[in-house]
Design a protein around this ligand. Structure first.
Ligand code: MRU
Length: 328
């Protein structure tokens, strides 16, 4: 199932804020609606917001520069957003002087290509990564790096999916991923649909299960990977990586090469999105703290390269110190 598509001149997304209760599709007609959907995480996950923004560029093709700025500013950490919009801007530049309708058509072609490429890339990533998965392994994943976070198939979950489809007997541990609960809501929803055996755990159980030797491998997605391999991903990823190192458990980052940002020397230069504290003080509509409590809410953290065993991409698996080769 395509999580993002172009339908009769509109962008069709799955509203991820409604899952797992409802599988609700939404048609976005304006750039403002696409920006809102990205900000409110109706559409989320690095590759997915990139593709949504590319379609947003089609909707805003008559004022593309302004549209591009708004889309890129919607969420700051995942580089795929900027990468996809810049790809659209390059098409517009090459088509400068063309009649508006023709330019819009060229932009649509590029956005559709981007969406299709995402699926092909994810399947390649799946094949590359599944080689690391052995029969009987217990695999931890954090957040949701599945079909929902991409156009289809997923990255870290794509690796798990490929291994499962090839007949390997595996068990997944899905970390619930506070505060937005992408693990509990979205990864659990996907794993259930795929009939992949899994157990949901809270984020603070990770150390315990590693100590008990019930985790053999960790695979996570990424939102931005700096030139030296430092990786921004969902908050809590860093904690899992340090724990994995302490327990000698391999820790792999899984991402398309479009997530690698060679312009950044290290993870220190990655901008971390700070979201509203109400996502921490509330679960859904319910406040779980006393009134007026101030809560911090960084949406991502940076895992230093020294904790990463390898970065699995469509171009192969790279040691974090050899990332430049992946982008050639
Ligand atoms: O805040 P989110 O839900 O957009 O964060 C998503 C993640 O951190 C994913 O792990 C990452 O984008 C990779 S998705 C293939």
């Amino acid at each position: 199932m395509r999580t993002i598509a172009w339908e009769k001149g509109k962008v069709r997304i799955i509203d991820q804020t409604q899952l797992p209760q409802r599988l609700k599709f939404r048609l976005l007609k304006t750039v403002a609606a696409v920006v809102r959907a990205i900000k409110t995480m109706q559409v989320r996950g690095a590759p997915a917001i990139g593709v949504a923004a590319a379609f947003g560029c089609v909707l805003g093709s008559s004022r593309l520069k302004d549209t591009a700025g708004k889309l890129i500013a919607a969420r700051p950490t995942a580089v795929n957003l900027k990468w996809a919009v810049e790809r659209m801007l390059r098409v517009a530049k090459a088509g400068r002087g063309l009649p508006p309708e023709k330019l819009r058509w060229l932009l649509l072609e590029e956005a559709l290509r981007l969406a299709e490429e995402d699926v092909v890339i994810n399947k390649k990533i799946g094949r590359n990564g599944s080689r690391l998965i052995k029969n009987g392994m217990n695999i931890l994943t954090v957040c949701n790096a599945g079909a929902l976070a991409t156009v289809d198939y997923g990255t870290a979950l794509g690796v798990i999916r490929t291994a499962h489809a090839s007949g390997k007997k595996i068990q997944v541990l899905a970390a619930e991923t506070r505060p937005r609960l992408q693990g509990a809501k979205l990864t659990a929803w996907e794993l259930k649909r795929l009939k992949i055996p899994f157990t949901l755990i809270t984020d603070n159980m990770i150390g315990h299960f590693m100590q008990k030797k019930q985790i053999d491998l960790v695979v996570v997605g990424a939102d931005r990977i700096a030139r030296n391999g430092d990786t921004a991903n969902k908050i809590g990823t860093y904690t899992a990586a340090v724990l994995a190192k302490a327990h000698h458990i391999p820790f792999y980052v899984v991402a398309p090469t479009s997530t690698i940002d060679l312009a950044l020397r290290s993870g220190r230069q990655i901008v971390i999105e700070e979201r509203d504290g109400s996502e921490v003080t509330n679960i859904g509509q319910e406040r779980i703290t006393p009134k007026g409590v101030r809560a911090a809410n960084p949406a991502f953290d940076v895992t230093p390269a020294k904790y990463i065993s390898g970065i699995i991409t469509e171009a192969g698996t790279f040691s974090p110190s050899r990332l430049k080769g992946a982008k050639l």
